[in-house]
Design a protein around this ligand. Structure first.
Ligand SMILES: *[C@@H]1O[C@H](CO)[C@@H](O)[C@H](O)[C@H]1NC(C)=O
Ligand SMILES: *[C@@H]1O[C@H](CO)[C@@H](O)[C@H](O)[C@H]1NC(C)=O
Length: 573
């Protein structure tokens, strides 16, 4: 990335030098510096637009001054289901205002929001994809973040007559669309050789377009073996077959269901039926209830059947000013009967219910195989009267014009560098020379405008060394205390005159850890040597322990640890 930018900058500088030179000579620059481009970051010098002539293209559009006569905005009326709308969205051929990557480079720009837009340009002569296949490539840049709108291109079927609208027949529609979710459309229209009707065939595969505000390149190649390839920014997104990857498929099935064949009225398609000979058993009582009162239950001894659940509150007295004639008969408010507390219950006792062993429910006859079952009914198959087989789908209908027919909520969609022809090589070359230069320059501008925060600085060498040394001293201290512990176990077992295996093992481990500890001391010494010539520690990187202290820290830690281990060893031994 860094290299690429450097290269770009060099290129830009070279171009700039060239231009100043030309001006100094009085020859004048071929590219007027209109200063219309969005202000790039001050230190960046953009590449300057040079038109690139190419031969053998059916259509090649870079939006230069003469393009203005070629592109014709439509003022047609769009007939919808409920309303009619006019194509009154405005277009301009101008330099982009956001993140311009190439100075003096104009594009076709959608200028109005929430309008129907249509614009088209005729080819010099109709293009026939049947000759050598078809390659279509164009750039899209969403200057304002696209919320809802189309950015796809249409290749208009020859002969193209009248005002361009959604009703104008097209051969291919290709490119991004976003409303809620975004996708890349690829639709071709195929003429049914029997009926002469056209049908739209949509790519089944889902492709996601980039949605940022840089220039992106959409490429479609249709080869003479019915293979097609969709690429975005020069990288292949999908390769497939025109015969297989589109819905509905172009070629209809050879056979179809006979629409006149109807299911006979007496056709039995139940594999099983209730056994007609089965009878409900005599003792099957469908009316027996599912639950019955439990006859074995007895009323609990402490159930107070005569006590009511609620009783008048004895603590409330009739108010002295209560007038029975006026206020009605006085009665105290009721409260839960205090005698019911702590007993099984009060009031009339009822038996709990249990499952009824005699319960059977509704009787059904068992199912048996249906003797008259004929299987699932399906209509007779007949040969399809509309059948045809077109194995040369790449021979799309001839193309008269290129156009954009869009609805969009956001203005600022811009289109540039439209190529239509038969050569994948030319398209690839254009991708490299035109699109990539522009895209990389836009990226550089974007990065200059929104610089990425610098990566966190790596700790300097000496800080790393200090960190290592601290860690190493910690490990050294552990080894030292381990050495003490094992040595003490060895001494204890020696005092008890246990000349057992445990003693030998303890002494061996103790010896080994003593060696390790000495090694640690040597390594620590080396660290100290390195650090003796070091500058002061970087502030904020203080994982450091003052030299000299560390050894005693290690010993102290070691002795307290070993004391604990000693106690433990004494207890267990
Ligand atoms: C382009 O898009 C990016 C992120 O999508 C945003 O941060 C930036 O501001 C946009 N630039 C312009 C010039 O709109
Ligand atoms: C179709 O042709 C293209 C190039 O012409 C080739 O790359 C591709 O492999 C071919 N595909 C098939 C399925 O033969």
């Amino acid at each position: 990335m860094l290299q690429k930018q450097g290269f770009l900058l060099l290129l830009a500088l070279a171009l700039h030098a060239n231009q100043s030179h030309a001006q100094a000579d009085g020859a004048g620059s071929t590219v007027p510096d209109t200063g219309k481009a969005g202000s790039p970051a001050p230190e960046l010098i953009l590449p300057i637009f040079e038109p690139l002539p190419i031969k053998n293209a059916a259509f090649w559009e870079q939006f230069t001054e003469d393009s203005k006569t070629r592109w014709k905005p439509s003022h047609a009326t769009k007939k919808g289901d409920s309303d009619t709308a006019r194509y009154d969205g405005e277009w301009a051929i101008e330099e982009v205002s956001k993140l311009a990557g190439v100075k003096g480079d104009s594009a076709l720009v959608v200028k109005s929001e929430a309008r129907h837009h249509a614009i088209s340009a005729r080819l010099e002569k109709p293009f026939d994809p049947a000759k050598e296949g078809m390659v279509l490539q164009y750039e899209v840049k969403l200057q304002e973040d696209l919320g809802c709108g189309g950015a796809y291109i249409k290749l208009l079927t020859a002969p193209f007559k009248g005002e361009f609208s959604d009703a104008t027949p097209y051969t291919v529609m290709f490119g991004p669309d976003k409303c809620g979710e975004s996708k890349v459309h690829l639709i071709f229209r195929h003429r049914n050789p029997i009926s002469g009707d056209y049908t739209e065939h949509h790519l089944k595969h889902r492709l996601n377009p980039p949605t940022d505000n840089l220039s992106h390149l959409y490429s479609l190649a249709i080869q003479t073996n019915n293979t097609f390839t969709v690429a975005i920014d020069g990288s292949t997104q999908h390769t497939g077959s025109l015969l297989e990857d589109f819905a509905p498929p172009v070629n209809p099935p050879k056979e179809i269901d006979d629409p006149n064949d109807k299911k006979p009225a007496d056709w039995e398609d139940d594999a099983e039926i209730p056994d007609p000979d089965a009878k409900k058993p005599e003792d099957w009582d469908e009316d027996a209830p599912r639950m019955i009162p439990d006859e074995d239950a007895v009323m609990p001894k402490d159930w107070l059947a005569d006590e009511p659940l609620m009783v008048p509150d004895p603590s409330v007295e009739k108010p002295s000013d209560w007038d029975d004639d006026e206020d009605g008969e006085w009665s105290a408010p009721v409260i839960p009967n205090p005698r019911c507390v702590g007993v099984a219950g009060c009031g009339p006792w009822e038996r709990p219910v249990v499952r009824n062993p005699k319960y059977k429910g509704e009787w059904f006859a068992p199912l048996i195989d249906n003797p008259r079952y004929k299987g699932e009914w399906a209509p007779r198959r007949i040969s399809n009267p509309d059948y045809f087989e077109d194995l040369d789908l790449y021979k799309l209908t001839k193309i008269d014009a290129v156009g954009f027919e869009l609805w969009t909520m956001q203005a600022g969609i811009s289109f540039d560098n439209i190529y239509l022809g038969g050569s994948e090589n030319i398209a690839a070359q254009l991708a490299e020379d035109v699109w990539k230069t522009k895209h990389d320059s836009e990226l550089a501008v974007s990065e200059a405008l929104h610089p990425k925060p610098p990566p966190p600085a790596k700790p300097a060498f000496y800080d790393m060394m200090r960190l290592f040394k601290t860690r190493f001293e910690e490990i050294g201290a552990s080894i030292f205390s381990f050495y003490h512990a094992t040595k003490n176990i060895g001494i204890i077992s020696a005092l008890r005159q246990e000349k057992s295996g445990a003693f030998a093992v303890a002494m061996a481990i103790s010896g080994l850890s003593w060696l390790l500890w000495n090694l640690a001391v040597i390594v620590r010494f080396i660290f100290s040597l390195i650090l003796s010539s070091s500058p002061a520690p970087t502030p904020g990187s203080t994982e450091t322990v003052p030299a000299g202290n560390s050894a005693s820290t290690g010993v102290k830690a070691g002795s307290s640890r070993s004391a604990a281990t000693k106690r433990n060893a004494a207890k267990s031994g």
